[in-house]
Design a protein around this ligand. Structure first.
Ligand SMILES: [Fe+2]
Ligand SMILES: [Fe+2]
Length: 140
């Protein structure tokens, strides 16, 4: 399964759409690394680790920039939004620990599936809420 960004995921703010596209691409890369490890064994597990780390870092960077812009433009729902980001990072930290402590490839796949579900749902439901507010502030 290859994940692709489609227009209905657009929040109408270019830099964040670009980030979301990039994050989906990175989740695909993680999926590829997991499949490779399943086929070839432990060497590729390092690849999973590297890909996962990159994905976590970029998500953190992305969420921080969303929060910064929401704060700067005094977006009223910022606290709820921030709480969702925090929930995501807490869950990822917990799941990664489980994944790192096991050789069962299902843990990595679960982690990837969670990231994908959370990300698309968060974009559709929560990120979408800042769209009109940022547009009203001249940010597209
Ligand atoms: Fe967000
Ligand atoms: Fe986002």
């Amino acid at each position: 399964m290859l994940l692709v960004w489609t227009g209905n995921l657009s929040v109408g703010v270019k830099e964040f759409d670009d980030d979301h596209k990039r994050l989906l691409r990175m989740i695909n890369e993680l999926g590829a690394a997991i499949r490779a490890a399943g086929a070839h064994g432990p060497v590729e597990e390092e690849e999973i680790e590297i890909t996962l780390h990159r994905l976590e870092n970029y998500t953190q960077y992305h969420c921080a920039r969303e929060e910064e812009l929401m704060a700067k433009t005094r977006f009223p729902d910022i606290e709820d939004h921030r709480r969702e980001h925090q929930f995501f990072f807490a869950t990822i930290a917990e799941m990664s620990q489980r994944f790192r402590g096991s050789t069962d490839p299902r843990h990595a796949t679960e982690l990837m599936q969670f990231m994908y579900d959370w990300l698309t749902n968060h974009i559709y439901v929560t990120d979408m809420k800042y769209a009109s507010h940022l547009h009203a502030n001249g940010i597209f």
